[in-house]
Design a protein around this ligand. Structure first.
Ligand code: G3H
Length: 542
């Protein structure tokens, strides 16, 4: 059932209802960053709308125009690429040649400038993608911590490299070095944090970056352009604004991109990789689709499982790649589980993202409510039911969360990543049935297991460890802590992105070697002593 955006509805605020601290003025960005210059943009622009609509006096909803951004074209994209190539200069540019300690200083300077913009950035995350104020703040703060942790991880990595190895009469000095021009594209659900989990390691390892902010969650980047231009040498970070087909595909087709860092759909990743004419030269670091399942065993603590599943499936309206997107429940407890789950979901607070305690908020993606409704219709047509009162009711851009049961093979919700507030539940009769769901999935990011019996859980762990990259025992799926490996199999990811692993993903080992004889050791010792090489050195980074 849809409540039309023009009907009387109370959940969306009137202009005057928005709390003073949360109000926002439209932001019309008219600059792009290329080669260290903040260029005036006089070309076409794209309007940016908030996830939150405003109601007029009659209660009719109106999309709120949050601002606009440059709608750049292919020529700016290639100018940015040229600037990046000049800054990299085949690995001999100022940035890739800097000592890690010098790059760390630039990144720390940038983080300091970013911190000064915390308030504006948090507010833009909240308005543009509808993330709760608390979660928007968490996203910002987690990103700052990620930057600091990355700096520490680089120091460790560097200091472990400040040495020589001798194996079978060969001396080796091994370090990690950058890969070159890196294209960074982040997702809308974590427009700051996930983008930065590739941007920061790419930069700090000495790569040069072409940064395309997400289509939704784009305006917050306008507060960073100056910080980028002041903290980094020209060309090290340039921005790309515009449609992917206009700016990204031609760059990939040019064959001049060395690293593709992309968080988004596996279909788009596939197309971008295939567009590159020299696939062997391209390093891809990808965070893609997932359909993480929760397996609730017959002896699970139902209260606890429900608490974790509700949070795991519906935090930020289910718009997390790590969200639980399918719950498989042992048939002996499935009716009770679904009934209690439905009550818990119905009790979630809905409303505007600044309201304390709110969980369900408006969705940013136009057309998303229609897609989710079509998933519900399809499930209902094929024999499932919406189990909770009000589940699936659409109010403007807000989709009331729906528990759907019993979901089965053949329904869209069984296999598709809904990436929204729908909780599909399916019963299973024996462990093999639950395992089969994971084995036959196109995705392989994480699972959650809820239960108590060590023998059964141990068996499941062994079978699932070769299917997914993280098995959560009696807890929801999640990425953090960021020092743990974040990865996926099948169509879920390429590469691993813990703080430490990301430094590896955006670099390659290079080494100096020589025969272990007097001439070599003398030569190496005098290079090190005279400080004539930035690569061949034993200095520590503190
Ligand atoms: O959307 C994917 C995010 O990396 C998930 O992170 O589990 O901390 O929400 P999270």
């Amino acid at each position: 059932m849809t409540i039309s955006p023009n009907a009387n509805t109370t959940i969306f605020p009137r202009d005057g209802d928005v709390p003073h601290d949360c109000r926002i003025e439209p932001l019309h960005q008219r600059t792009i960053l290329i080669d260290g210059d903040l260029e005036e943009w006089a070309g076409p622009v794209r309007a940016v709308h908030a996830a939150v609509s405003l109601a007029d006096e009659q209660g009719h909803l109106h999309p709120y125009e949050l601002g606009s951004v440059p709608d750049g074209g292919t020529s700016e994209a290639f100018r940015a690429l040229q600037a990046a190539e000049a800054a990299y200069d085949n690995g001999r540019g100022r940035w890739p040649s800097m000592l890690p300690s010098e790059r760390i200083a630039c990144v720390e300077d940038f983080a300091q400038r970013l911190l000064e913009k915390r308030g504006e950035i948090v507010k833009l995350i909240m308005w543009e993608i509808g993330k709760t104020l608390a979660d928007s703040e968490k996203e910002f703060d987690r990103t700052i911590v990620y930057i600091r942790d990355t700096v520490q991880a680089l120091k460790k990595l560097e200091n472990r490299s400040a040495t020589f190895e001798v194996v079978d009469g060969t001396i080796g000095h091994i370090r990690r070095v950058p890969l070159g021009v890196t294209l960074c594209l982040g997702p809308y659900n974590y427009p700051l944090n996930e983008t930065f989990t590739t941007l920061i390691p790419a930069l700090i390892m000495g790569n040069v970056v072409l940064l395309k902010p997400p289509t939704l969650g784009v305006l917050l980047y306008s507060h960073m352009l100056e910080a980028f231009s002041k903290a980094f040498p020209p060309g090290v970070v340039s921005t790309l604004y515009g449609q992917g087909a206009t700016v990204i595909t031609p760059l990939m087709q040019s064959g001049r991109v060395n690293v593709l860092a992309f968080i988004g759909s596996s279909n788009v990743a596939d197309q971008l990789k295939k567009a590159h004419p020299k696939s062997n030269r391209l390093r891809a670091v990808l965070g893609l689709d997932a359909k993480n399942a929760a397996i609730v065993l017959a002896d699970a603590d139902i209260d606890h499982a429900i608490k974790e599943c509700v949070s795991g499936a519906l935090s930020f309206n289910g718009q997390r790649c790590t969200a639980i997107k399918m719950i498989l429940v042992h048939r002996s407890i499935s009716d009770e589980f679904v009934q209690r789950l439905s009550v818990a979901v119905s009790q979630l607070k809905r409303g505007m993202p600044w309201v304390p305690g709110v969980v369900i908020t408006p969705l940013p993606d136009s057309g998303k409510c229609e897609y989710l409704s079509s998933c519900l219709d399809d499930a209902i047509d094929n024999g499932a039911k919406v189990m909770n009162t009000g589940g699936g009711v659409v109010e403007g851009t807000l989709f009331n969360p729906a528990v759907v049961y019993p979901v089965a093979e053949g329904m869209k919700l069984y296999r598709e990543e809904q990436f929204g507030p729908i909780v599909p539940v399916a019963p299973f009769d024996d462990i093999e049935g639950a395992l089969d769901y994971v084995v036959t999935s196109d995705f392989g990011q994480q699972v959650s297991i809820f239960g108590r019996e060590p023998g059964q859980i141990g068996q499941l762990v062994d079978a699932l460890a070769n299917q997914v990259c993280r098995i959560n025992l009696n807890s929801q799926c999640q990425r953090g802590p960021d020092s743990f490996p974040f990865a996926g199999r099948k169509d879920s990811a390429e590469g691993t992105l813990s703080v430490h692993d990301a430094l590896r993903a955006f670099s390659i080992r290079s080494m100096v070697s020589a025969k272990e004889n007097q001439g070599s050791t003398q030569l190496i010792q005098s290079i090190v002593a005279s400080n004539t090489s930035r690569f061949l050195r034993t200095t520590f980074t503190f």
